[in-house]
Write a protein that binds this ligand. Structure first.
Ligand code: SF4
Length: 366
């Protein structure tokens, strides 16, 4: 860091400004000054590509044009609206924060970085984005795009996933920030990273910055940025019991600290890797014994495995169709008893939605 001069920083900032004047992406939240809409767009865009987040943003601002509208929405309605976007803790935090702003702050969005950073679901990056876009405060954003652009352009080899790396890149992002127009600068560096200095196949040959870019000059474009650890993903195996009586299906809301909190699912059995899914194993499981006590359930079929990859876990699920002639004591086992046509009112993890869509196809073909 000590080696990077003020002049180098200035050249970078000026070049970026020129690039942005010719290449910025027109998006509905750009130039927006309403902090509620900015906050909404930033939460939706966390870990999400712009193309994927855009329809959700439009859906949300239509349904909830103000923070009070969002605060008044039922939990299940918001979860359903979020369905398919993933990282569902964002939707829960979104609601908690909307209710806090609506009730405690009387609908007035906080104005300082510290206050915005203290909101549930708002980290360093999101707080910097909100206060720079809404209030033109000089806070530099630092997300995956910014790490990549800075590490390549300035040739920084410090791993980005270390405390030292975070500190170094935070300082540099602040040094290159154009403090007169922080909102434009932040948008520019993120757009540049997302569309030009991309993770794979960056557009170096047509790049305005190539003559002063370290990575391009030194042939290190594919090496930077550096990460120290390879993320390990654990694999979990779920067996879902799709229990049907002549009129109902049984589902439950996920609670606790595990994945998919507040989404819905079938009663589920988690088994160790390598467990052979036989009729015997299923019928001797505690879940089966509890649910079907005093009944004679018919195990109709078992689906092939479905797979969903999350950031830290891979889920493999099989779906077991079970028919019972009498209703279950749903409440006793924390289940909801619903008519099949009401299934569309509930938000499910993607792996269950895939199974449901496949099943519709299967029923039609049958
Ligand atoms: S020359 Fe390539 S690596 Fe360097 S800033 Fe431009 S796109 Fe990124």
């Amino acid at each position: 860091m000590g080696d990077i001069t003020a002049k180098q920083c200035q050249i970078f900032t000026d070049s970026l400004k020129i690039w942005f004047s010719k290449n910025q992406r027109p998006l509905p939240w750009k130039g927006q000054k309403d902090p509620y809409l900015i906050w909404l767009s930033e939460i939706i865009l966390q870990q999400t590509r712009v193309e994927q987040g855009l329809p959700y943003y439009n859906k949300f601002i239509t349904a909830y044009p103000t923070v009070h509208d969002l605060a008044a929405a039922p939990d299940d309605e918001v979860m359903k609206m979020w369905e398919g976007l993933g990282y569902y803790s964002r939707a829960r935090n979104l609601l908690a924060t909307a209710r806090f702003i609506s009730k405690e702050l009387k609908g007035v969005f906080p104005r300082t970085y510290k206050e915005v950073r203290a909101l549930k679901g708002v980290g360093d990056y999101t707080a910097a984005a909100i206060v720079s876009f809404a209030y033109s405060l000089p806070h530099a954003v630092l997300d995956g795009n910014v790490y990549r652009v800075l590490s390549r352009y300035f040739g920084i080899h410090t791993p980005i996933d270390t405390t030292g790396g975070k500190k170094e890149f935070t300082e540099l992002a602040s040094r290159v920030l154009d403090k007169k127009i922080p909102e434009q600068h932040n948008q520019a560096i993120m757009d540049f990273g997302a569309t030009h200095c991309k993770p794979k196949k960056p557009l170096c040959n047509s790049c305005l910055l190539k003559s002063s870019c370290h990575a391009f000059q030194q042939g290190e474009v594919n090496l930077l940025p550096i990460k120290s650890k390879k993320m390990k993903r654990k694999t979990r195996h779920f067996i879902y019991f799709c229990v049907k009586d002549p009129h109902h299906i049984y589902i439950r809301r996920r609670e606790g600290k595990d994945i998919w909190k507040h989404l819905y699912e079938y009663p589920m059995l988690e088994v160790a890797e390598g467990t052979e899914i036989s009729q015997n194993i299923l019928q001797n499981s505690e879940l089966w014994q509890q649910l079907f006590e005093g009944q004679t359930p018919v195990l109709e079929n078992i689906s092939p495995p479905y797979k969903q990859t999350l950031s830290h876990q891979t889920i493999i699920a099989k779906f077991v169709n079970v028919f019972i002639s009498r209703e279950l004591e749903a409440k006793k086992w924390g289940l909801l008893k619903i008519e099949p046509k009401k299934m569309e009112n509930f938000a499910f993890p993607k792996i269950i939605s895939c199974f449901l869509n496949d099943k519709t196809l299967y029923l039609r073909l049958d």
